[in-house]
Design a binder for this molecule. Structure first.
Ligand code: SAM
Length: 454
């Protein structure tokens, strides 16, 4: 049964659409929330009928990242900003977006990575990572040092995840497409920090997502909880002694949140809750914090932080390596200082650079393995990922484009420029866009076809 709730707000949303005249929530869900929240329900339900706040996160890996889209600061996320009210979301034609200056990410969704708070040098797993909001936030905190594995079970979503990490200049990440159980069989006691941002019933997104509202049934939470328990138990096996596990959902119900954590702790006595606080939200209880739209400017979310017993040990890097000097000589870049200790691996004519902390990936379905440097088949062709991984000053030959030329480059056009022949890094306002190859006054465009703007 559906219950219509009328919303009389006539404002235009940041998407540029008129706010929906009618929001429809299922009666069983409304009753379940009334039971859960008691006297807070009226305030909660009023908030669920308000316009959802839209937000982005500036990329910590881009020095001086800024965009006119970024408005007020999100208290619990240092790089998080609410979207300027007058903005409309046209990321597809925005140069700053293509340059990886920011990532569109809902405000509450920026909490879990802050709670896990990985450090440079750690070995980190994001087990349910697509499309990559939290994975790229974790990568920003790691600053390119240590290893991040971003896993996604769905291949199409894993491809989107991989593309997002590339655009944002994440160089120390592998993207795998595996089940949590299979990874746990490979990577026992491996990670300093693991994030499980679990697939859930999505109640926290109901006010912006009619599909999530309509897909919900009274049985959804229990069904999701069973899947979450399986994912969590695989995740637990991969956390090192002394390591941290963060669990998050974008739903409200107890089954998938407090209930899931209670059941997990019963089955895994080696884990215990760790309390934390988030600016503008408050303190956790028993390591758990519920984010509700009537208490903050953001959607619904739940975050828990757990610690595995034991001493946190920093293992010796598995494969301290060396990138072959002859290869680096053939690549654009100021190499002697960069990627020290990283190893080169051949992937069928493509060369990847892997950080020494990266777990062994052999035999796993991996869409990305660290930083793809180049194609090498008798010639060396630098990869787009390399162009996005460092600030423009890193590259010895570079061209800097103004707005109009940058748009033309992003459309895949060749440009007439006065620059020496050879590979050239292409940038805009200090942010990378890609590579091009100069020949007699023309910059041949090497932006991958799939990334070109229409
Ligand atoms: N962390 C992501 C982000 O911040 O962009 C969002 C993750 S989303 C909430 C949950 C993800 O879990 C989805 O991409 C979904 O495909 C994936 N998933 C679905 N079933 C799964 C399973 N059985 N094991 C692992 N992941 C699963």
């Amino acid at each position: 049964m559906l219950t219509g709730i009328h919303n009389f707000c006539s404002a235009w949303t940041a998407r540029g659409k008129k706010w929906g005249e009618q929001m429809v929530f299922q009666a069983e869900w409304i009753e379940a929330m009334r039971g859960l929240l008691g006297e807070e329900f009226e305030a909660f339900f009023a908030a669920m009928n308000e316009e959802a706040a839209l937000a982005l996160r500036l990329n910590a890996l881009r020095d001086g990242a800024e965009t006119p889209r970024a408005g007020e600061r999100i208290p619990w996320s240092p790089y998080g900003r609410y979207l300027c009210a007058e903005d409309s979301i046209k990321t597809g034609s925005d140069i700053a977006h293509a340059a990886g200056v920011y990532y569109m990410q809902e405000a509450s969704a920026q909490a879990p990575a802050e709670v896990l708070n990985p450090k440079p040098g750690e070995v980190v797993l994001d087990l349910c990572a697509a499309p990559g909001g939290k994975a790229s936030q974790l990568a920003g905190k790691m600053g390119g040092c240590g290893a991040l594995v971003a896993n996604e079970i769905d291949f199409a979503r894993a491809k989107a995840l991989s593309g997002n990490l590339e655009r944002l200049g994440v160089r120390n990440a592998a993207v795998t497409c595996e089940s949590p159980d299979r990874l746990a069989g490979r990577w026992l006691d491996t990670f300093d920090a693991v994030l499980v941002d679990a697939p859930c019933s999505g109640e926290g997104m109901f006010r912006r997502d009619p599909d999530a509202r309509n897909a919900w049934t009274p049985g959804s939470p229990a069904g999701c909880a069973a899947r979450q328990a399986k994912i969590l138990s695989s995740a637990a096996r991969m956390v090192k002694p002394g390591g941290r596990l963060t669990y998050s959902t974008c739903t409200f119900n107890e089954f998938e949140n407090e209930g899931a954590i209670r059941e997990f702790l019963k089955a895994h006595p080696e884990f215990s809750p760790v309390d934390f606080a988030l600016e503008g939200i408050g303190k956790s209880e028993n390591g758990m914090l519920r984010l509700c739209p009537h208490k903050l400017r953001g959607d619904g979310h739940f975050v828990a932080l757990l610690k595995r017993a034991g001493e946190a040990e920093r293992a010796d890097p598995r494969n301290p390596g060396r990138l072959p000097p002859a290869l680096l000589e053939a690549l654009p870049g100021k190499w002697p200082e960069a990627l020290h200790g990283w190893a080169a691996e051949d992937a069928g004519g493509m060369v990847d650079a892997l950080p020494p902390e990266m777990p062994v990936l052999d035999g796993l379905k991996a869409l990305r393995r660290g930083l793809r440097l180049c194609e090498m088949r008798g010639y060396v062709k630098p990869d787009h990922a390399l162009a996005m991984a460092f600030p423009p000053a890193f590259y010895d030959r570079r061209v800097v484009l103004e707005d109009e030329a940058a748009h033309a480059y992003l459309r895949g056009e060749a440009l007439t420029l006065d620059a020496p022949d050879g590979w050239s890094h292409v940038s805009w306002r200090g942010f990378p866009l890609g590579f091009g190859k100069m020949s007699q006054g023309t910059l041949k465009n090497h932006l991958p076809k799939g990334l070109r703007l229409r």
